[in-house]
Design a protein around this ligand. Structure first.
Ligand SMILES: Cc1cc2nc3c(=O)[nH]c(=O)nc-3n(C[C@H](O)[C@H](O)[C@H](O)COP(=O)(O)OP(=O)(O)OC[C@H]3O[C@@H](n4cnc5c(N)ncnc54)[C@H](O)[C@@H]3O)c2cc1C
Length: 320
């Protein structure tokens, strides 16, 4: 039988939505599931994980784990995977899991698949669906080798079901030794006050069609009216009109929101790789042949400088 260990991630003391999505998927599949929390001050969310179906929550909570270091985190998660006798370890896609998941698979002599967007369970074994070639094709991946299957799963792939926090069965893990070879001293966080692209249910992205930083500000009322996160194409961030962490695409962030607005974005394949999994796509582009329209559910062929104020006004009216 499959036994899942979900590696839970927190932000500002709360579980990330992406973690709750994969907990929900495990619950829907009726899979026996434990979770592991590694960090500093993370134990408080153990009950929430229990409410979302974690039978046991393994916790390594120590000040020395505040900043992510690969050696310590991989040791803690491997310890939890061993104690849980996990056959699968599920991560959400994040900066941390990009490093941690393959290292864990190596340590457990298991198999690693990244960027999973679909999971099919059959008779205890697993087939996963993932994009390849910048989302041009989707692969179905089966595992021919025995060993623990380690997956990173894209956010937005599954919905979050309601859950009531219940008392968690907590197992404290020994704090792994710090790795003297690499010491992370400080993390400098950029305080933008903007909604995180990975957590947002609505994203508005702008492309070179906005013509410059003034155009970025011109579209901002739409972002605010929708309560959206603000993203951009690479052309925009390369031009210095928005920061690099706003870039959506193959070499930027991958987002799967409920609604994605592409404003003055051509829809190059590398951009589509980061957003084509969005549930609903709305494009505004003056070129009717722009590739973005091949993935858009709704489109406005026209000048964004005319269309955006009308959209903002309509959204405000609807809100009233
Ligand atoms: C290895 C590699 C990795 C890459 N990774 C990424 C990535 O992660 N993300 C990414 O975005 N790109 C990436 N790119 C770049 C990508 O190929 C495109 O160059 C880029 O996405 C184009 O950005 P854009 O659509 O904003 O600009 P453009 O291609 O210049 O498109 C601008 C669009 O705006 C429209 N427009 C102009 N004026 C108006 C107006 N007034 N009203 C309405 N529409 C208007 C135009 O019709 C056009 O379609 C990558 C490229 C490479 C080679």
């Amino acid at each position: 039988m499959a036994k899942i260990l979900v590696v839970a991630e927190t932000k500002n003391g709360e579980l990330r939505k992406a973690t709750l999505e994969i907990m929900t998927k495990a619950r829907q599949e009726k899979l026996e599931t434990d979770a592991v929390l590694v960090g500093s001050g993370v134990k408080g969310v153990a009950d929430t994980l229990a409410g979302h179906g974690a039978g046991t929550v393994y916790v390594a909570d120590d000040a020395s784990l505040d900043i992510f270091t690969l050696a310590q985190h991989v040791a803690a998660v491997a310890d939890a995977a061993g104690q849980a006798q996990a056959t699968q370890v599920w991560f959400s896609v994040s900066e941390m899991s990009r490093a941690l998941a393959p290292a864990l698979a190596g340590r457990l002599d298991g198999c690693y698949v990244s960027d999973v967007m679909g999971i099919e369970m059959s008779g205890g074994d697993l087939t996963v669906i993932r994009p390849a070639m910048a989302t041009k094709v989707f692969q179905k991946v089966k595992f021919s080798k025995d060993g623990v299957r380690v997956l990173t799963i894209r956010s937005g792939a599954f919905d979050v079901a309601e859950a009531t926090p219940t008392g968690a069965n907590v197992v404290e893990l020994a704090t792994p030794e710090a790795d003297a070879r690499a010491v992370a001293k400080e993390v400098l966080k950029e305080e933008t006050g903007e909604i995180d692209l990975g957590e947002a249910t609505t994203v508005v992205s702008v492309g070179r069609g906005v013509k410059g930083p003034e155009g970025v500000e011109f579209v901002r009322p739409l972002v605010e009216a929708l309560g959206a996160a603000y993203g951009a194409s690479r052309a925009v961030v390369d031009s210095g009109w928005m920061p690099y962490n706003a870039q959506v695409g193959q070499t930027g962030r991958v987002v799967n929101p409920d609604v994605y607005f592409a404003v003055g974005v051509s829809g190059a394949i590398q951009h589509l790789a980061g957003m084509s999994g969005s549930k609903l796509i709305v494009a505004v582009n003056k070129d009717a042949d722009a590739p973005i329209f091949s993935v858009a559910d709704y489109g406005i062929v026209g000048d964004l400088f005319k269309a955006v104020p009308i959209l903002v006004e309509e959204i405000k009216k609807q809100k009233k």
